[in-house]
Design a protein. Structure first.
Length: 153
């Protein structure tokens, strides 16, 4: 099935949720690129700056079509697949949020230690890494939960 129009609403919901997870990974990558800019100069700095813009443009292009689809095309009676409290997507987001919180807290302790030992690095670097960890851990957890094994084993 090549288009959303041919998919069932649950399949489209799963596909769009995966796109959101991928977009989260792209945002995490953007923050890693931003943090790496602290170590670059000259041509590499310009390349990283362009990469940062490109990554965010791709993230927007990944997310925008399914936001449009959900707003304009999704019948009101099927919106519960996305937004209902018992929907698989919402439950996966809750579980991913819990895993992400735990990973983020551990990472913040590590980053606090590193910031004390690596005083030559600006605080902005550690904030960018922390934000990247938040987005990456949530996205990876969410994509893992949304992987769709296809049945019981």
């Amino acid at each position: 099935m090549s288009s959303t129009a041919q998919m069932s609403t649950p399949d489209a919901a799963d596909r769009h949720a995966r796109f959101a997870g991928i977009a989260g990974l792209l945002v995490a990558t953007k923050y890693v690129v931003s943090a790496s800019m602290h170590f670059a100069d000259g041509t590499l700095l310009r390349v990283l700056d362009a990469a940062e813009i490109g990554i965010m443009a791709i993230a927007i292009l990944v997310v925008a079509p399914f936001i449009y689809w959900k707003i304009a095309k999704l019948p009101r009676h099927e919106r519960g697949l996305y937004f209902g409290p018992d929907s698989f997507v919402v439950e996966s987001m809750r579980s991913a949020r819990k895993a992400s919180w735990a990973i983020t807290m551990i990472s913040l302790f590590v980053l606090e230690f590193l910031s004390a030992t690596q005083s030559q690095l600006p605080g902005e670097f550690f904030i960018q890494i922390a934000i990247a960890i938040i987005f990456a851990s949530f996205s990876v957890s969410f994509l893992y939960l949304m992987r769709g094994d296809g049945g019981d084993a």
